[in-house]
Design a protein around this ligand. Structure first.
Ligand SMILES: NC(=O)c1ccc[n+]([C@@H]2O[C@H](COP(=O)([O-])OP(=O)(O)OC[C@H]3O[C@@H](n4cnc5c(N)ncnc54)[C@H](O)[C@@H]3O)[C@@H](O)[C@H]2O)c1
Ligand SMILES: [Zn+2]
Length: 339
């Protein structure tokens, strides 16, 4: 898959990482402890900076450490950063590459299912602040994205299911055939459909991202289906106990119901998604959050305009649009119904 962007293009390809990384010179690898423990033999010949796994590493202090490590190691304008890990490493290393010496080359080597189907595609990189997730960042497309499915073999099952949530999202918003396929057989460990599914999702995301690279047209916002409620849940639960995919799974069910109530989504949308997502082993109910509290953080969502809620809502199976001015009472009611 080739993704075009305002400054050029990059390739997303299936590869054997050992073979494609070996000949590269002047590379600095950023990775986390889990990935490093399993796969360090793929990068032994390169300098590695190994961070603690998890969202708490996507911060300004760690970002600073990475930049200083590059400078210390003599990285120059012709050097390359390799983001070897899940979405946390991808976002952090991407922002490091975007800012070191005003930008050096970046290769994304995603190792989690979520990173393969979502975070490594589309050029968004960045960090969290104490005040909120992804508040600092850049649009910084990589030079290439190298996908090696073998690496999924060591991914914990909960993380596999976490990534599957985004695949269900693609089905719901862009491709009913994909949705039906997942309903027939949810994604499992060692699933032989993964290579084909990942590339299909990458292609779906490419289409959306190319049409609205900098998220100015509003069409890229469809990728946010389930995320307005999902982000609020992640925030309310303190980023950690509920994984991103788990939060958006609940978010998709609630937002489907909101869509039904405001009359833009199919009548049984929330029931259909609830059933499917449950069969995938994903949660569909809000884990002990206060609806009023969730609504409050939804007002701070980047899509909200002058404090009025805007949500990506299904307009059918496989179609979605950004809907402005969604009434708060409807949102509250739907949050309560899914407690
Ligand atoms: N830039 C974007 O467009 C975009 C899109 C979606 C999500 N994101 C970001 O991505 C992050 C979430 O990504 P994630 O779910 O990959 O989280 P993650 O990077 O924390 O990885 C999840 C866990 O799996 C482990 N892991 C990863 N690959 C492994 C492997 N092959 N074997 C064993 N363990 C492995 C990691 O160490 C970690 O513990 C969030 O910070 C989110 O904001 C960014
Ligand atoms: Zn997401």
């Amino acid at each position: 898959v080739i993704v075009r962007h305002r400054h050029g293009d990059y390739k997303i390809e299936e590869t054997d990482l050992a073979t494609s990384l070996a000949p590269l010179e002047g590379c600095y690898v950023l990775t986390d402890k889990n990935v490093h423990a399993h796969w360090q033999h793929l990068v032994v010949d390169k300098p590695c900076y190994v961070i603690e796994p998890g969202e708490r590493s996507k911060t300004l202090p760690i970002f600073g450490d990475c930049l200083e490590w590059l400078a210390e190691g003599g990285a120059s304008r012709s050097s390359t950063v390799i983001a070897f890990g899940g979405g946390v490493v991808g976002d952090l290393a991407g922002f490091v590459a975007a800012t070191y010496m005003r930008g050096i080359k970046l290769i994304q080597a995603p190792t989690s299912l979520l990173a393969m189907v979502d975070s490594s595609v589309g050029g968004k990189v960045g960090l969290d602040l104490d005040q909120g997730k992804n508040l600092v960042g850049a649009f910084y497309p990589p030079m290439s994205v190298l996908i090696d499915y073998k690496l999924l073999a060591t991914l914990p099952n909960r993380e596999l299911i976490n990534g599957a949530a985004e695949i269900w999202k693609y089905g719901a918003i862009l491709d009913e055939h994909l949705l039906a396929m997942l309903e027939e057989r949810p994604i499992g460990p060692g699933d032989d459909r993964l290579p084909q599914l990942v590339m299909h999702c990458v292609e779906l995301k490419r289409l959306v991202v190319e049409a609205d690279e900098l998220e100015t047209a509003g069409t890229r916002a469809v990728l946010n289906f389930g995320h307005t409620v999902g982000h609020a849940i992640e925030k309310a639960t303190g980023y950690g106990p509920v994984l991103h995919g788990e939060a958006i799974s609940v978010g998709m069910v609630v937002e489907a119901l909101i869509g039904e109530k405001v009359g833009v989504s199919p009548k049984n949308a929330s029931d259909r998604l609830r059933m499917g997502l449950r069969s995938q082993g994903l949660p569909t109910e809000i884990p002990g959050c206060d609806p009023a509290d969730l609504l409050k953080s939804m007002r701070l969502d980047k899509k909200a305009f002058k404090g009025r809620l805007a949500l990506a809502l299904l307009t059918g199976y496989g179609s979605c649009k950004l809907v402005h001015d969604v009434p708060e009472p409807v949102v509250l009611e739907c949050l309560r119904e899914n407690l």
